[in-house]
Design a protein around this ligand. Structure first.
Ligand SMILES: Nc1ncnc2c1ncn2[C@@H]1O[C@H](COP(=O)(O)OP(=O)(O)O)[C@@H](O)[C@H]1O
Ligand SMILES: O=P(O)(O)OC[C@H]1O[C@H](OP(=O)(O)OP(=O)(O)O)[C@H](O)[C@@H]1O
Length: 184
């Protein structure tokens, strides 16, 4: 079996950038980086997700198209069921996950590698504004959502913390190290 790598962190912490930057190195090792299905318009700036309507999403969910799915920020997100074939074939699979969904993801994939990306809160809002994908009201709602999650107080030893407050290239290298360590 391959390992599910479940990357989580606040909106704007750098999950998508990190995933794209690490892509060549990871794909060279046979690791699949998952393209999510999201009810976000295809024109939206950001990751190359498959954009579907809410109705299409519900239909896909009903017929078992997703290995995992959740709703947050007014959107629905699905991880294609094909990841189970990749894992069974011995490939690692990296997904951009949800903190709220972490307990369910762990139930489904007990051996997964969960990585929490963290950014200094003062830096986070600036990054979201600079990214320019959401309105200021949506950005504030996303920041407010972070109050639900208390990473510092997290006693979950199996959650790996990765700081992305400063040098991006260093974060990329640390992510690749973490993944290499769990292979050993
Ligand atoms: N270490 C970093 N230093 C400066 N800017 C960063 C860093 N990491 C990510 N960013 C920028 O922050 C913004 C949010 O990153 P993104 O990857 O979209 O986050 P997420 O997918 O977690 O919401 C993007 O504009 C990205 O270019
Ligand atoms: O439970 P949470 O950890 O808050 O996560 C909720 C959702 O928000 C993020 O997606 P999205 O790509 O829409 O947001 P982001 O790029 O702004 O992180 C993340 O990948 C989850 O799908």
């Amino acid at each position: 079996m391959g390992t599910l790598i479940y990357l989580i962190g606040p909106s704007g912490s750098g999950k998508d950038s990190l995933l794209q930057a690490a892509r060549p190195a990871l794909e060279a090792q046979g690791c699949h980086i998952v393209r999510r299905v999201i009810t976000r318009s295809a024109e939206a700036v950001g990751e190359e997700a498959e954009a579907v309507s809410p109705e299409q999403f519900d239909r896909m969910e009903a017929v078992g198209a997703f290995a995992m799915s959740w709703r947050a920020n007014g959107l629905a997100y699905g991880i294609p069921v094909q990841i189970n074939d990749w894992l069974a074939a011995g490939h690692d699979v990296l997904v951009n996950g949800s903190r709220a969904y972490l307990p369910e993801a762990r139930r489904r994939y007990p051996n997964m590698l969960a990585i929490l990306l963290m950014v200094d809160p003062a830096v986070l809002r600036q990054r979201l504004l600079a990214r320019g994908r959401e309105s200021v009201a949506e950005i504030d709602a996303r920041l407010a959502r972070n109050g639900q999650f208390q990473p510092e107080g997290d006693e979950d030893q199996s959650l790996h913390l990765l700081d992305n407050s400063s040098h991006f290239e260093r974060t990329v290298a640390e992510l690749l190290d973490l993944i290499a360590q769990q292979r050993r």
